[in-house]
Design a protein around this ligand. Structure first.
Ligand code: SF4
Length: 504
C-alpha cells in the first residue's frame, strides 16, 4: 500500500497522507513532462524544488518516501513496481482532465491497482458542485454566495457582514501617485532550489528573463510566512487597489499566494480564515478588502476548477468567435512600445507572474481584440505563469478572457484604452495616445476594439449587455469613421504580426 503524491498535491494536512500516516509514499519527478513545453524556468524550479522539499519534510517526519527523478512518469512507475510488485496505490484525484484515467492505465499495465480519492485541496467537492449546478446556472456570483453560506465565512446571523455580498464598487480605486506598496517577502533559492536550477540550466531557453532570480516559497513554512505577511501588511489596501495597475509596483497589495495554493502548500480554508481572522482582530482591515480576497479564494478559484471539470473536453477546443491568428511574438519577447503590454509581459518574463487585471484586461484583452487563437494564448498562460495549470488557465483564458466557449461569460471582456487609462498609470508614460483611434500615434487598443465589435457584430449585437457599445459603433459608422478605424486596425495587426509594433 502506497500513497502516490503528485507534484501539485504537496499536503500533509488533508487527504491520504493525513489519513494514512504509516503508508509508504511515492513521488515521481518526470523531466520529460517538465520539458514538454517551454515552461518559465521559475515554474519548473518551483514545482521540482517544492516536491523535493516536501519529500525531505516527509522523511524528516519518519516516513518512507520513494522519490524517482526519471525521464517519464511511466519510468517512475516501472521503478516502483519493480521494487513493489502488485502494489496498491492511492492518489488524490488529479486536477487535469483525463489524468486519473491515464494514471490508472499506467498502473494497471504494470500489475498494480490505483484508488483515486477525493482531492481535498479544494473546498467544494465535485459531488457538492454538481448538486448545486443541478439547480443553478453557471454564474459565479450565485456560486460564491452559496459558498459563503456553505462555509459560513463572513456571515452574521446568516447575512453577509457589512450588509452586502460584494463590495465591487469600493474595489476599483487607483492609488495616489506617491503610494508605496509594502515590501514583498522574498524566498531566495536555498541549496535544494539551486540544485534544481543547475540540473535544468542546459535545457533553459533564453525566452525568459534571468532563470536564477527566483523568489517564490517552496516549503510550507515559507508559504505560511507569505500568508502571514500578506495579512499583516497588504490585506488592508488589497481591496480598494485590487484592480489597479501601477508600473513601479508589480505586486501592489496582491497576496501572491496562488503558486503555493496551486501546489498544495497552503489550503484554501486556512488562507481564507487567516484573512477573516485579521479582519475580526484588527481595525485597519476594511470589509471590502477581506471580502474581495475571500471571493477570490472560495469563489473564483473553486468556480473555475469546476467549470473546467464540467466544461472539458469541449472547453479545450472551443472557439466560438473563430479566432485563428497565431500568438504574436510580443507575448514571448515583450518587444513593444505599448506601455501596458510591455509592463505586463516584462513582469511575466521576469517572475512568471502578472496580477489578475493585467491578465484579463491587458494580456487577454489584447489577444481577444487581435484575434489570437484562444488555445495558443491558453498554452502561453499555462507555460509562462508560475501558478498556471491547465485546470486554471483554460477556463480563465478560453472562456473568461477569449469568450470562446459559451459556458458562463455573459459578454466578452473587450476594452479600449479607456479602461486601461482609468485603472493604471501606464498611459501617462506611453508614446501612444489613449484618446486617439486613428493615426500612427493612436493607441492600438482603440482601433482594434471597434474593429472587433464590427467583426463580430452578428454574434454580439443581440447581446443586451452590448447594446450601448453597438450604439457607439453605429455612430461611428454614420459619421463615416468606421472604414478609417478598420484600416488602422488592419495596420496594427500587421505590425503586431510582423513584430514591427513601433509607431511610424
Ligand atoms: Fe496601453 Fe494604449 Fe495606454 Fe499605451 S495608450 S498604455 S498602449 S492603453
Amino acid at each position: 500500500m502506497t500513497v502516490l503524491v503528485l507534484g501539485d498535491q504537496l499536503t500533509r494536512q488533508v487527504g491520504p497522507l493525513a489519513d494514512r500516516p504509516d503508508e509508504r509514499v511515492l513521488m515521481v519527478e518526470a523531466r520529460e513532462f517538465a520539458a514538454r513545453h517551454p515552461y518559465h524556468p521559475h515554474k519548473r524550479t518551483l514545482v521540482a524544488s517544492a516536491m523535493r522539499h516536501f519529500r525531505d519534510a516527509l522523511r524528516d517526519a519518519g516516513r518512507a518516501v520513494d522519490y524517482h527523478v526519471v525521464e517519464t512518469f511511466a519510468d517512475g512507475l516501472d521503478a516502483h513496481f519493480d521494487a513493489h510488485p502488485g502494489d496498491s496505490l492511492t492518489v488524490m484525484r488529479p486536477s487535469s482532465h483525463g489524468a486519473a484515467d491515464r494514471l490508472r492505465d499506467l498502473v494497471t499495465e504494470r500489475g498494480g491497482t490505483l484508488d483515486v480519492v477525493e482531492n481535498e485541496l479544494f473546498l467544494c467537492s465535485p459531488a457538492e458542485f454538481d448538486d448545486w449546478y443541478a439547480e443553478n446556472s453557471l454564474q459565479h456570483e450565485d456560486f460564491y454566495r452559496w459558498m459563503r453560506r456553505e462555509t459560513g465565512y463572513l456571515l452574521e446571523d446568516g447575512d453577509p457582514v457589512g450588509g452586502a455580498w460584494n463590495f465591487d464598487e469600493a474595489n476599483r480605486e487607483t492609488p495616489p501617485t506617491d503610494y508605496e506598496a509594502p515590501e514583498i517577502p522574498e524566498y531566495p533559492p536555498d541549496e535544494t532550489t539551486k540544485r534544481v536550477q543547475r540540473e535544468w540550466s542546459e535545457r533553459d531557453t533564453d525566452e525568459w528573463a534571468d532563470p536564477e532570480a527566483f523568489r517564490w516559497p517552496v516549503t510550507r513554512a515559507d508559504a505560511l510566512d507569505a500568508l502571514a505577511d500578506f495579512c499583516e501588511h497588504r490585506l488592508p489596501d488589497f481591496g480598494p487597489y485590487e484592480d489597479a495597475m501601477v508600473t513601479e509596483e508589480w505586486a501592489l497589495d496582491h497576496a501572491l499566494l496562488s503558486p503555493a495554493l496551486n501546489l498544495g502548500l497552503l489550503h484554501p480554508a486556512e488562507v481564507a480564515e487567516a484573512a477573516i481572522d485579521a479582519y475580526h482582530e484588527r481595525e485597519d482591515v476594511p470589509v471590502e478588502s477581506v471580502e474581495g480576497f475571500v471571493r477570490q479564494i472560495i469563489g473564483w478559484r473553486e468556480f473555475v476548477r469546476h467549470v473546467y471539470r464540467v466544461g472539458m473536453p469541449n472547453l479545450a477546443d472551443a472557439n466560438r468567435l473563430d479566432a485563428e491568428r497565431a500568438l504574436p511574438d510580443v507575448y514571448w519577447d515583450g518587444d513593444t512600445e505599448m506601455a501596458c503590454l510591455a509592463t505586463a509581459i516584462e513582469g511575466v518574463r521576469e517572475r512568471g507572474y502578472a496580477h489578475h487585471i493585467q491578465r484579463l484586461m491587458v494580456l487577454s484583452n489584447f489577444g481577444l481584440l487581435y484575434g489570437v487563437d484562444p488555445h495558443e494564448l491558453n498554452r502561453w498562460f499555462h507555460v509562462a505563469f508560475v501558478d498556471g495549470y491547465h485546470w486554471v488557465s483554460t477556463p480563465n483564458t478560453v472562456e473568461m478572457g477569449q469568450y470562446a466557449a459559451d459556458l458562463f461569460a455573459t459578454k466578452p471582456y473587450a476594452a479600449s484604452a479607456n479602461y486601461i487609462e482609468r485603472m493604471s498609470d501606464h498611459c501617462a508614460e506611453c508614446p501612444y495616445d489613449p484618446d486617439a483611434t486613428v493615426g500612427d500615434d493612436a493607441c492600438p487598443f482603440n482601433a482594434l476594439y471597434w474593429d472587433f465589435l464590427a467583426d463580430h457584430e452578428d454574434e454580439l449585437r443581440s447581446n443586451h449587455r452590448m447594446g450601448l457599445v453597438y450604439g457607439h459603433l453605429d455612430d461611428k459608422r454614420d459619421a463615416d469613421e468606421l472604414a478609417g478605424i478598420r484600416e488602422r486596425a488592419a495596420d496594427v495587426r500587421e505590425g503586431v504580426r510582423s513584430g514591427d509594433v513601433e509607431r511610424e
